[in-house]
Design a protein around this ligand. Structure first.
Ligand SMILES: [Zn+2]
Length: 262
């Protein structure tokens, strides 16, 4: 047990060190640490919907992007993140993922975490229970197919976010039984409302100043968000925020094994 713990601790340090040294630009924001999230400890997170959220410290943020992939804007978001060596979580919709598998693989190649956001982004509150499960599973298998060429309903990253945060007790139960973490969020930029990138930056930074930390929700298909992102990442750097990457608990153990095996 002690040896296992030592392995896990060592692997955490290794991942953090790898991310710190991977960045070719010294002045970049970077990704300060990796937080493994498992469904047993954190079945539902995000204060906008749930009483619990992730254990982020003061000035720590986790960036999340919903509704992609979208060819016109997702590459711009990826470029902005890569420029600052920042790793985020993308909650992908299955149908566009199946239409643009190369973009899904590009997100993964950037080292980002890929979660799930249903097949067609229908409100899971408005449809019949049987259809709810189909919407979730079809979405998962489309993303898995794009990523690994296998249409499985077992997600390699068991992270899920409801379209419009519209959960139901039955659907929450369905996901919990399968060990899938349900993500709400702690704050957002309201980027579903049209506004200039400048106005969006102002709104988001004001909200972050009040919250001081948290999971942040953005939408990579929104052009205004893609345009705002470089300035927002600079803002985070200049104001001493640190970016935390969220990964599934299992992936970390796998990473540890891979490193030890070398
Ligand atoms: Zn959405």
């Amino acid at each position: 047990m002690k040896a296992l713990l030592a392995t896990l601790v060592a692997s955490t340090a290794w991942i953090a060190a790898a991310q710190a040294t991977e960045c070719p630009r010294k002045d970049a924001l970077g990704t300060s640490r990796v937080l493994a999230v498992d469904a047993a400890t954190y079945p539902r997170v995000g204060l906008k919907s749930f009483p619990q959220t992730l254990p982020l410290g003061d000035h720590e943020v986790a960036l999340t992007f919903d509704d992609g992939p979208w060819p016109a804007t997702t590459p711009k978001v990826l470029a902005a993140l890569a420029h600052e060596c920042v790793r985020a979580t993308f909650f992908l919709i299955g149908k566009p993922a199946s239409e643009h598998p190369e973009l899904v693989r590009k997100i993964a190649a950037g080292g980002h975490t890929i979660g799930h956001h249903t097949w067609t982004h229908r409100s899971l509150k408005q449809i019949k229970p049987g259809e709810t499960e189909e919407e979730i599973d079809h979405g998962i298998s489309a993303v898995e197919m794009a990523l690994h060429g296998v249409a499985t309903t077992t997600p390699s990253t068991p992270f899920f976010r409801f379209p419009g945060f519209e959960s139901t007790p039955a659907t929450l139960d369905f996901l919990q039984k399968r060990g899938i973490v349900v993500f709400g969020t702690d704050l957002w930029a309201s980027d579903w409302n049209p506004m200039t990138p400048k106005a969006e930056l102002k709104l988001l930074t004001e909200r972050l100043k009040i919250a001081g930390r948290g999971i942040i929700l953005l939408h990579d298909p929104k052009a205004q968000t893609a345009a705002m992102l470089p300035a927002f990442l600079r803002y985070l750097h200049e104001n001493h925020y640190r970016v935390v990457q969220l990964v599934p608990a299992g992936a970390k153990a796998v990473a540890a094994g891979a490193e030890i095996a070398k």
